[in-house]
Write a protein that binds this ligand. Sequence first.
Ligand code: TTP
Ligand code: MG
Ligand code: MG
Length: 376
Amino acid sequence: MPFFKELSAPVSSDRIIFHVDLDYFFAQCEEIRNPDIKGKPVIICVYSGRSENSGAVSTTNYEAREYGVKSGIPIRDAQTYLKDVESIFLPVDREYYEAISIRIMSTLKDFAIHFENTSIDEAYLDVGKIVNYNYQTSERYALHIKNKIKIIYNLTCSIGIGPNKIISKIASNYKKPNAITLIPPKKVIDFLNPLSITKLPGIGTKYKNKLKKIEVNQIQDLREVKIDTLQHMFGVKLGLYFYLASRGIHNEKVIDNKKFEQISRIITLKENTRDEKEIVNKINGLSLELYTRIQKEKIRYKSIGVIVFMDDLTIHTRSKTLDTYSDDFNNIFINSKELIKNLLNETSLKIRRLGIKIFNLEDLHGQKTLLDFINK
Ligand code: TTP
Ligand code: MG
Ligand code: MG
């Protein structure tokens, strides 16, 4: 079976980065608080207070977007566009959206080797190692993450998958809402070619107009421009960035947010198995690796998590939080063993890939707490 064969061999050492962006975030938060408003245009407003309806639209749900109502337009315009439509206008409640965001981000970070939360509704996840650098597996993994966020928080998101941050970011926005867009390395150029240059992070109206003067509108046009010209127009650093980005090249890493840090190890088994002795052996080895690392770095942990890929390609995760911080080997080993045993009790499938991790970390060098809070 070629599909399975491909799954078992790493196809490339390229990175695999997810960009997760929650759909119509502020408006969706309001919909989960009050499901009655669903289906009607929902407009979240920043009222300036100068008059009853002065101010700007923060965001809207997709029903409102059908009428041209979107982020940034004056509230008055939104009212005009929706004159005869039953619509819900609400003031921003940032504290409430932030509380939801923190919880979602702390769930998302569990799915990544490296995790970078970049705004209230966005994050990059470096997942290459978890999916064995396989793009087909990564798509299933993205679906798994989307389903988890929907089940736990009742919110939809869109995920872009690509070999670097730029491609995954453009991809997450490509087919919103509630979509996964997969751009493996060999599709990058075709994906970028027809897009407007404004899709590249960093190209706003100012640069767009500058580039328009030299007849550069699409990313494929940008690729035709010599690097010297770009550096002359935008400076050495930005010019180089545009030159590389138009070719889909971007090497910036996913930079871990300290508060979401974790340590993980993952392996593929030689053969799919349910054999207890063999599985315990592997858990022991992985636990030892984690233990060695925390001893060396003088770190304590409070939570232990496991991830298991079954032979039907389903992915399962479980975690446990201790009452107090620990630097003990047994707490890693016994708890991950227990979590995986519970998982196996719920199914007759065999395990093909297995990982364990510790998170909720505390730096024993004192002062610095790596993880201030995880509000699960
Ligand atoms: P976005 O992710 O840009 O937009 P969105 O989540 O509302 O819609 P979608 O991703 O489905 O296209 O922004 C996230 C939140 O940031 C958004 O819900 C509200 C806030 N925001 C503003 O307040 N003003 C703005 O101009 C924008 C773009 C966003
Ligand atoms: Mg969004
Ligand atoms: Mg966003």
